[in-house]
Design a protein around this ligand. Structure first.
Ligand code: NAX
Length: 328
């Protein structure tokens, strides 16, 4: 039998954690043949709640789940980790400036990066979900010099899936017919969902639906502000859909993207498309041989260029802010 893969989930007692852990344990993250060992990291006040979730995981009697450890010790949580899902983060509270938010998250993602550097398995893959996801990923990566930088990624797959769903609704097509959609930039309100290379059943999506007014006034803001719309309707932020996107992201990273399609992920820039090297920005990516590769050679029109530049500018400002705090 295959050796178990160690999956560490931070913020395990939170709402995304609750939606995510059962899917990981049932085999949806890494497939039906891979046993999983879970490590749940929480802050001391939430350890008891995480232990309750661990009891429920036991009670599911998942055949693939070989063990669950709950801890508030960062080093222990990441010792031997193969897949790290960094979900727990410091939310923005009333009166908090952006600098305070970045600093508070630096206090979380710096030690987690250090612990990954110290103890992770050689094949470790890291997905940062906790916001501000791109910059939190950058902070963790900066403190893990012995881990290849490409192993640190940030989640824009929920934005990608939201865009697929909106485009399907507009065009009357099924999401399964839509390929080559892209989320560019930051996982924030400046993100740019790009349909200019997308296809619906093999035909240009932009030709089928894309009058620019609909794009600019409806599609882009609906995707970018979907998180707020969910909070408004549900009284709580996206949880099951965020967990689903995390599963999709890691599943595709490990198992590959389908031929003729790509997905979106926040990955470290190599300078592609003019995105400054070292920023963790969302790009169109394919996964081959267990690695994400940025799709090359796409032509960008002025409409796209302007929006990508604005989002990348925001990422640069976030990097400057955490650099000034000594966090990268
Ligand atoms: P919750 O507040 O329900 O849960 C967060 C959990 O993290 C809490 O249990 C808390 O105790 C724990 N935590 C805090 N600091 C920690 C630390 N240092 N180590 C371990 N655990 C720690 O939030 P939830 O709704 O689960 O959302 C989690 C994060 O995902 C938030 O930052 C949220 O903004 C972010 N999101 C990111 C999305 C994305 O697409 N990238 C979409 C969904 C979500 O908004």
């Amino acid at each position: 039998a295959q050796a178990p893969v160690t999956v560490t989930v931070t913020g395990a007692a939170g709402q995304i954690g609750y939606a995510l852990l059962f899917r990981v344990a049932s085999g949806q993250l890494l497939g039906p043949d891979t046993p999983v060992r879970l490590r749940l990291l929480e802050i001391p006040q939430a350890v008891q709640a995480a232990e309750g979730t661990a009891m429920e995981l036991d009670d599911c009697a998942f055949p693939l789940l070989t063990g669950v450890d709950v801890t508030d010790d960062t080093r222990r949580a990441f010792d031997g980790v193969n897949v790290a899902l960094l979900v727990g983060a410091r939310p923005r509270t009333k009166g908090m400036e952006r600098g305070d938010l970045l600093e508070a998250n630096g206090g979380i993602f710096k030690p987690q990066g250090e612990a990954i550097n110290a103890g992770a398995a050689d094949d470790v893959r890291v997905l940062v979900v906790g916001n501000p996801a791109n910059t939190n990923a950058l902070i963790a990566q900066a403190h893990a010099p012995d881990v290849p930088a490409e192993r640190f990624t940030a989640m824009t797959r929920l934005d990608h899936n939201r865009a697929l769903s909106q485009l399907a609704a507009k065009s009357g097509a099924s999401v399964a017919d839509i390929t080559k959609l892209t989320i560019w930039g930051n996982h924030s309100a400046t993100q740019y969902p790009d349909i200019f290379h997308a296809e619906i059943a093999g035909k240009s999506a932009a030709d089928l639906v894309g009058d620019r007014q609909w794009l600019a006034d409806e599609f882009i803001p609906t995707v970018a502000k979907r998180g707020a719309a969910i909070i408004e309707a549900r009284g709580a932020s996206s949880a099951a859909s965020a967990a689903n996107a995390a599963i999709d992201h890691v599943h595709d990273w490990a198992h590959g993207t389908p031929d003729g399609d790509w997905t979106s992920a926040g990955v470290i820039s190599d300078g592609s498309y003019g995105v400054p090297e070292g920023l963790i920005s969302s790009f169109p990516v394919v996964s081959r041989g267990g690695r994400f590769e940025i799709v090359q050679g796409l032509e960008l029109n002025d409409f796209s260029r302007e929006r990508i530049d604005a989002s990348v500018q925001e990422l640069q400002e976030e990097r400057d802010a955490v650099a000034a705090l000594g966090l990268v």
